[in-house]
Design a protein. Sequence first.
Lengths: 136, 405
Amino acid sequence: MSLPTTEEIIEDLTFFDDWEDKYKYIIDLGKQLPAFDDKWHTTERLVKGCQSNVWIQPGTEGDLLTFSVDSDAIIVRGLLGLVLAAFDHKTPKQIIDFDISAYFQALDLEKHLSPTRGNGLRSIVSRIQNIAQAAV
Amino acid sequence: MSFDVLAIREQFPILKRQVNGKPLVYLDNAATTQKPQCVIDAMVDYYSNSNSNVHRGAHFLADQATRGFENARDLIQQFLNAPKREEVIWTTGTTESINIVANGLRTLLSPGDEVIATEMDHHANLVTWQHACKEAGATLRTVPVTDAGELDQAAYESLLNNNTKFVAFPHVSNVLGTINPVKSMTEKAKKVNALVLVDGAQGAAHGWADVQDIGCDFYAFSAHKIYGPMGIGVLWGKTSVLESWPVWRTGGEMIATVTLQDATWNVLPYRFEAGTPNVGGAIAMGEAVRWFSELDQEAVLAHENALLAYATEQAEAFEGLTIIGNAKNKIGVLSFVLEQGHPADLGFLLDQQGIAIRTGDLCAQPLMSRFNVPGTARASFSIYNTFDDIDALFVALNKAKTMLS
């Protein structure tokens, strides 16, 4: 998997001064996200939003927590890519210590994490953080 | 009288603002309409000059507030062509109005009784009846929706029988824009002596809420979808039905006498209005229906029909787009899906371009399943929208499509 790091993402996204370039980047990131195994599209893995659905499959690799994610909306997949850059293949402590709000603010995308957005992104972030807490 | 859309727009201060650096194009009117200055002024004036609790204070402001509040009730009565002012109950909105009826119905139903709702209903007019039926051991039946997005009238007739105690359907579908034949559906229900509730959330804003003409027993609607404020709405019910309908919340205003062990209920409309009401909201709702009723209704309808026709024409020519809901009688709503993008993606990309639409299941999940879509993108129009707004929608949609392809 070759997702960019959070530093690279911040550098890339803050470089764009045009919303179109920014959203194209997010869409591309959504397309690059590793494929989600279709057998994981189950209700237990589903985080239902009223606008779009998100699925998550947590796992481990040694001391690291891993996450596979999917959404039926490509922009949400892209936003999930931003989240995975911060949380995938990280230790529980790294996940807990990471300031996701500051990161989304730096990307000027904090509105997507707000509770008014029914896209499931906020729920996914909480779920990942809870998994990390439980694993400490 | 005639209709000048630019003069109408002038009365809505919010339409002058920008969003994401672009002029706001507001096409989410089925969710809530914007408010004209006179409605905003009515609210501000109430809190600036008349604020007081109603019906109980022996002083000047209390009298003034009560007069304004009860005068607003008269305005709603006229708007609904209701026989009596006492039949107009203030609620927090359509959902509460429906819940008042469902709460009573729960205690009136017996096992074996049947209630009819529709596949087209939004959750407030479906889940409430599910709940009431479950508690009473009654059976909920639903009228299916045809491919065109109309209620299947033959199926409806076949569902009606002597066990049918209650029927509820929307005046206008929030997802499809379908205008239902509420009068004939009510007539059919009356042949089996069922009570009828019309969910007017999407119907009232088009000026067709004549309850005597429809012949229903209950009509529910919200102020905020008809140019009024949020948090206030109306349940209208026939006196003969409401008088004995089980009370809803208990507490001040709805009580006549109280001892430590017992209480008797106040007369209509107060027996359903527990606690301090939303006086400022009621006054502003009265102003909203007054403002709306004074417009040339034929010209308003012609404008709304022209907007929908223009939008539909562009949608039909747009490659990859499928309209959800092609009822013959339709108003105000263009729901669609696009091959190149999920509705949520379209919502994000239109928002960036200053276009406000609604996306998702639109609080009508069974209807989404019926059309086998995860959700729709919905543009909904109001009297202040213009052809330019619709052009802007399709320019933005084209950009979104290119970005998603």
